[in-house]
Design a protein around this ligand. Structure first.
Ligand SMILES: *Cc1c(COP(=O)(O)O)cnc(C)c1O
Length: 501
């Protein structure tokens, strides 16, 4: 299996190179040359298997330059009971909301309590093995731009991993108090965390620029280092996310919710378009999916895009209660456009160039029609998000986080609008305790306690919902980091943190 750049098809690498490098030199993203087929027999064979065994079968189709032992080693080190609290890292929780059955795919049982752990617990294992194959003895410098959850999950995944250094940038006013506390208290000798004055898009744009800047790459090279990425631009981030859609389908069959071969709908709260794209890739492999419901918050650039074919980031940016989706440049959409254009690298590049220079582009009629046949776009504003948290709790005693609430709200609207009663899986992406302020305000509006951990305590009293140990253990922990920088200075910060300025 080879990988191409979305902006230059002639670029061809194996998976180890794609993972080690993170992004192609031309600025494009690595994508598999074709989607390996999961035949009916192969899918059926996954039914009785554990999550871990399902993962190994799927990885082996993509990581053809890894041995079976290497893949098994990665999987068995990542998805452990110690890290995910049970044998099954991604269980389904069935609920009924406003009269419709919905299956919440709980992806937040990992060490940082967000779905990013599903990929970032295994990426360091993929990466160290990839470096051994193609790294030429260099250390990997992981640069991360985060809207809150990727940063902590990457720090936790890479802390004290040999031959890696990790530097995380987050928007100073763009993450929840718990997210900030999680990152600033991070342990590990190879980690550095810094806030930037700006939003997530500013951080992501600057990180991409530093990555592809020849001068900076040269300095790293002289120091026996190379950049890599833990953002969902890295193929090693997306691949693990394909697994849980396939696994959820198997669990739906095993639970008797659907018959084998039946189609499902998949709803995903979306920011950078990574999670939903992984679902789409599972569909391309042969998973029976009818529709992907793309749920946004008030930053609804994707809703508008799916409805009109025009992607326009020239609009107001909102800081919302679902900060991990406060994004106007959804990086992974580039991979979808590449796939839907029939792997047209020139066309994909022209859209991305227009996005860079004008902040907007309009896709061809054929791409727009393909998108609309497979994707439904909707959004939930702040009031709808909080009302959904409250209503779901009132109706089912189930407490969800703000991002998951956006998805539940949009899914509900979709069902009402279309009458589509296809069984639905909803990606539940974080523990409600990561966003305590908004969650508490939703279920018990009025005066809120001062401190983050008092809010956690209050939610616990009101709902009986268990506080995940990794969050409970942060109480009283001293911050190690607290620097804030301008986005123009991020490159200098990187070199200083590495001790090579
Ligand atoms: C990152 C994140 C999202 C958005 O996922 P994308 O892959 O960026 O679309 C949604 N919810 C939570 C809790 C997240 O951390």
């Amino acid at each position: 299996m080879y990988y191409h750049s979305t902006q230059d098809k002639s670029k061809t690498v194996l998976s180890a190179q794609a993972i080690a490098q993170g992004i192609s030199e031309d600025g494009g993203l690595f994508v598999p040359e074709s989607f390996p087929r999961l035949t009916d027999d192969e899918l059926r064979a996954l039914l009785p298997l554990s999550y871990q065994e399902r993962a190994k079968r799927i990885f082996s189709k993509y990581l053809t330059d890894f041995s079976e032992e290497e893949i098994a080693d990665c999987v068995d080190s990542a998805y452990t009971v110690a890290k995910f609290g049970s044998e099954h890292p991604a269980p389904l929780a069935p609920v009924e909301f406003n009269g419709s059955k919905m299956n919440l795919l709980e992806l937040w049982h990992g060490p940082t309590c967000a779905f990013k752990d599903m990929a970032l617990q295994i990426l360091p294992h993929f990466l160290t093995k990839s470096l051994a194959k193609v790294g030429g003895g260099r250390d990997a410098v992981i640069l991360v731009a985060t809207s809150g959850d990727t940063g902590k999950a990457a720090l936790e995944g890479f802390k004290d991993v040999d031959h890696t250094r990790i530097i995380v940038f987050y928007p100073v006013d763009g993450v929840s108090a718990m997210q900030k506390h999680q990152m600033n208290t991070q342990e590990g000798e190879n980690v550095y965390v810094c806030a930037i004055r700006g939003n997530f898009d500013d951080a992501q744009t600057a990180v991409k620029k530093i990555f592809t800047d020849p001068a900076t790459r040269g300095i790293l090279d002289e120091n026996n280092m190379m950049f890599s990425s833990a953002n969902s631009i890295n193929w090693g981030r997306l691949l693990p996310q394909i697994v849980y859609y396939v696994s959820a389908y198997c669990d739906m069959v095993n639970a008797g919710n659907i018959a084998f071969g039946d189609k499902i709908n998949v709803t995903v709260p979306t920011g950078n378009f990574g999670n939903i794209l992984a679902g789409y890739y599972a569909y391309e492999m042969g998973l029976p999916v009818k529709r992907f419901i793309c749920a946004s918050n008030s930053n609804k650039v994707l809703t508008d895009f799916i409805r009109t074919g025009v992607y326009d980031k020239n609009r107001d940016f909102y800081t919302t209660v679902s900060p991990s989706m406060d994004i106007l440049v959804s990086s992974n959409l580039e991979r979808l456009l590449y796939a839907l254009s029939g792997c047209d690298d020139k066309l994909t590049k022209s859209y991305m160039d227009a996005l860079k220079t004008k902040g907007c582009y309009e896709v061809s009629d054929s791409i727009r029609e393909k998108i609309q046949s497979m994707f439904y776009g909707g959004f939930a504003d702040e009031d709808a998000t909080k009302a959904t948290i409250r209503d779901l709790f009132d109706q089912q005693g189930y407490l969800c986080d703000t991002h998951t609430a956006v998805a539940v709200s949009v899914c509900d609207a979709y069902i009402k609008e279309t009458g589509d009663d296809t069984p639905v899986v909803i990606a539940s992406t974080a523990s409600p305790y990561k966003f305590s302020k908004a969650v508490l305000d939703a279920i018990d509006p009025g005066e809120l306690p001062e401190s983050e951990f008092d809010m956690v305590e209050r939610i616990h009293e009101l709902t009986g919902c268990e506080v995940p140990a990794p969050l409970a253990n942060l109480k009283g922990k001293k911050a190690r980091f607290g620097d804030v920088t301008d986005k123009e200075d991020m490159q200098g910060v990187v070199l200083r943190a590495l001790g090579i300025d």
